[in-house]
Design a protein around this ligand. Structure first.
Ligand code: SAH
Length: 340
């Protein structure tokens, strides 16, 4: 079965042409998908053959809300979406003064194996298709009834490990006939797949890039993130430089602070050595404890001290505010508890 939400507008036009439908129909359908149509039968202005799925070979699908939690503290909304095959993914909508931002998943599970992360506990189940990636934004926007203006690819999965589907979904998010979200309002977070960062730099798609760094040395990073055995920090930073040169977008770094691991002042000093002189930003996040993992978040005082050290020594850093703490909004954990 062909899912018509997996095509870019150009490819959809081509596909429909092969089935005797005009370019105009492709545009209409593309808009229907972005506006949250649940099935082809709902798309009232299309031809009958198209509404009947071109003789049963094509369809569209919007992720279904399986659970929805709303934070009483800050209005953060967390969705557990069900896909056509029954798999579950998490999506979070956050309210900021500049508008709504959504955090989406890119895979069911993850095979990167980071030691502190809940999403990787049972490995990778499968990649998400383009329509399932963009569909999380469409379904969330339809449910909240307000425009979502910012997207971060920071949910379950490693986006660059599902490269082609993620790139197609990004093109559809950006397309003015689709969701129309500007490149500057999209950020992709990666654990640092160097070769894929270089490929992304050539896509002519100037989205923000965030690198999950989490350690100032390869040795410590390898203890926390298996991916560090394949790529050195120096190599990832070189890829970031190329990314900046080609896209004009500054790269930011994420650093999850774990007690007795990577949060000492000597780690802060090593991080300064590594990043000083780079035009960058460090996002500090105290580790959110996952019950199956033995990482503990560093204390408020420790985190503050770590941040002050970076800022005093010329590395721009902020401590991430925790939204939705009452609904366990950090990704991966809701899916795991639902499966138990
Ligand atoms: N795979 C991508 C994106 C998903 S995770 C990546 O690695 O960047 C989004 C961010 O949350 C990453 O920086 C990740 O390292 C971090 N993260 C994962 N588990 C965490 C936890 N328990 N506490 C704090 N941050 C965590």
């Amino acid at each position: 079965m062909t899912n018509l939400g997996d095509f870019t507008l150009t490819d959809l036009t081509e596909y429909l042409k092969e089935h005797g439908e005009s370019a105009f129909r492709a545009k209409q359908l593309f808009r229907w998908i972005a506006s949250g149509a649940e099935s082809l039968a709902d798309c009232s202005n299309l031809s009958k053959t198209l509404r009947e799925g071109l003789g049963g070979e094509a369809e569209i699908y919007l992720p279904k809300i399986r659970r929805k939690l709303t934070s009483a503290i800050d209005g953060t909304v967390k969705y557990l979406f069900e896909l056509k095959d029954g798999n579950l993914v998490e999506t979070v909508v956050m309210r900021y003064h500049h508008g709504l931002s959504v955090c989406i998943s890119t895979q069911v599970g993850c095979r990167m194996g980071c030691g502190f992360c809940a999403s990787t506990l049972n490995g990778l189940v499968r990649n998400l298709a383009p329509h399932e990636i963009a569909g999380q934004i469409i379904a969330a926007q339809k449910d909240v009834g307000e425009r979502i203006s910012n997207v971060v690819l920071m949910g379950i999965g490693e986006p660059l490990d599902n490269y082609d589907n993620v790139v197609t979904a990004l093109r559809n998010m950006n397309d003015p006939e689709g969701l129309g979200i500007g490149w500057r309002h999209i950020t992709l977070s990666t654990c640092g797949l160097e070769d894929k960062i270089l490929r992304l730099a050539d896509e002519n798609m100037p989205i923000g890039l965030a690198i999950s760094l989490h350690a100032p040395s390869d040795e410590l990073r390898r203890e926390m993130m298996p991916v560090a055995k394949r790529y050195s920090i120096a190599g990832v930073l070189r890829a970031c430089d190329v990314y900046f040169k080609k896209t004009g977008r500054r790269v930011s770094f994420e650093y999850a602070l774990a007690e007795n691991k990577n949060s000492s002042l000597s780690c802060a000093a090593a991080l300064v050595e590594l990043l000083r002189g780079r035009n960058c930003h460090v996002n500090l996040i105290p580790v959110n404890p996952v019950k199956e993992r033995d990482f503990t978040g560093s204390s408020r005082e420790n985190s503050q001290e770590f941040m002050d050290y970076l800022n005093k020594n010329g590395v721009n850093a902020t401590l991430r505010r925790r939204l939705g703490s009452d609904i366990n909004a950090s990704c991966g954990q809701l899916r795991n508890s639902e499966q138990e």
